[in-house]
Design a protein around this ligand. Sequence first.
Ligand code: THU
Length: 136
Amino acid sequence: MSNIELDKALFEAAETVRANAYAPYSNFQVGAAILADDGKIYAGCNVENAAYPVGNCAEPSAIAAMLAGGGKRIKRVYVTGPGSTPVTPCGGCRQRIREFADLDVEIISHGVDGTPLVQTLGQLLPHSFGPEFLGK
Ligand code: THU
């Protein structure tokens, strides 16, 4: 599969799950799709909470789906959200992706009314701390 075909599949998966996002407080629905090392696509949406800080982003939902489904490593990430500005992962999510991805993994950020932005994890999270610092 070409990167164009792959990104189309990732976009579709992110958009499908984004429709199920629970975001009554921000009204900012986000979908994330991961291509994992097992060749499967795993997706997740943001899940907010009346106790605001307890809510979680779409990316950790997708990571949890990957691990639950048997995937071990992240090979590509596609994030979709409203508007025309690329929806880039928050700082905490960059670190969560870092746990399961190499620094050259590409993350596509897409505000669905605009143009996708492609960046590597290393660009989004320079000089980062990861499992290898702890011998893992
Ligand atoms: N959000 C995500 O799910 N992922 C991102 O990459 C950016 C922000 C969510 C968190 C919250 O539910 C809403 O978007 C507004 O911040």
